[in-house]
Design a protein around this ligand. Structure first.
Ligand code: NAP
Length: 277
């Protein structure tokens, strides 16, 4: 029986326990999966005990960077992104499976990326990962972030995309909301952007009617305001539910030392969704 946990500031309502239990049971393993909420002030005093208590754990907001000094090795995307969401305790290795989840979500939704244009809104932790994965997949990437210093720092690091401080009223194949605006206390809202010419206002039909597909990393609510507007314009919409599931699937493959399979991930996601309905 694997002893696992998700660690974050407030993970009391996390979907991780049921998601990981489902995936691992379908892969022939059992787990005991706990939620561990830690305040940022107490993180340094509590983090060491996690390594002895659990076989592995997932890390979420705001500790994806804070965990790194406690690790022996930071592997693959986690090293590139400077953010870890999956830790194996015995060897103290850190991984990041968000990028895998993001790309597989788009692939399975039939979204083409090679040669397409993508506008990414928000260049925080998730936005950075999405920018990098979209570039790797051959998309031409434009990114808007209201914090100019943050966007320029990402640009210095990854380059090869167009940093925007004003959003042009033009078409993009794909628009991805990585701001988190639209969930919790901002439900019903869309992110505010500065339009070319200086006007600052929420993303609306003017831009969403010009894209082919709108993607929101938010999964609660299932249809954010951003996706509702895009759907009302007749556009393809993708919410972040599948991404969440696929990053969990990839983490479980790491825990079991198993090679991930896109087909298996898709099959399990469809079963999981079916069970939830
Ligand atoms: P984050 O690091 O806080 O980044 C959010 C970024 O959006 C920040 O740069 C923020 O700038 C910017 N922003 C906030 N409000 C804005 C507004 N009104 N207009 C324009 N930009 C705005 O958060 P994160 O970790 O990247 O997560 C972002 C979202 O992705 C969250 O909703 C999270 O739940 C979701 N997520 C989903 C998955 C999944 O598996 N589906 C995985 C990872 C993340 P300021 O600092 O100036 O506010």
């Amino acid at each position: 029986m694997l002893k696992l946990a998700v660690v974050g500031k407030d993970v009391s309502r996390s979907q991780s326990p049921q998601m990981h239990a489902f995936i691992l049971s379908r892969m022939g393993s059992e787990c005991e999966y706990q939620t561990v909420s830690i305040s940022p002030e107490q993180f340094s005093s509590q983090v060491q005990s996690l390594f002895s208590k659990y076989d592995a754990f997932n890390v979420t907001i705001p500790f994806k960077g804070e965990i790194i000094p406690y690790l022996q090795k930071v592997c693959g995307d986690a090293d590139v992104f400077g953010a870890v969401n999956t830790v194996t305790c015995k060897n103290r290795y850190g991984y990041n499976t968000d990028g895998f989840g993001f790309l597989l979500m788009l692939t399975n939704a039939g979204v083409q990326l090679n040669g397409k244009t993508a506008l990414v809104l928000g260049a925080g932790g998730a936005g950075r990962s999405c920018i990098k994965k979209l570039l790797d997949a051959g998309a031409e990437v434009f990114a808007f972030e209201r914090d100019k210093a943050r966007l320029l720092a990402v640009h210095d690091e990854f380059g090869a995309f167009t940093p925007l401080f004003e959003v042009p009223m033009r078409s993009f194949d794909l628009i991805v909301n990585c701001t988190g605006i639209g969930m919790h206390n901002t439900e019903g809202q869309t992110p505010t952007v500065t339009w070319e010419g200086g006007e600052a206002s929420p993303v609306d039909e003017r831009i969403l009617s010009r894209c082919e597909c709108a993607v929101d990393l938010i999964y609660v609510p299932e249809q954010s305001e951003f996706l509702r507007i895009a759907a009302s314009c007749g556009k393809q919409t993708v919410n972040g539910g599948a991404m969440l599931f696929y990053q969990a699937y990839m983490a479980d493959c790491i825990y079991l030392g198993k090679e991930p399979s896109d087909e298996e991930a898709k099959k399990l996601w469809e079963e999981y969704r079916g069970e939830k309905i």
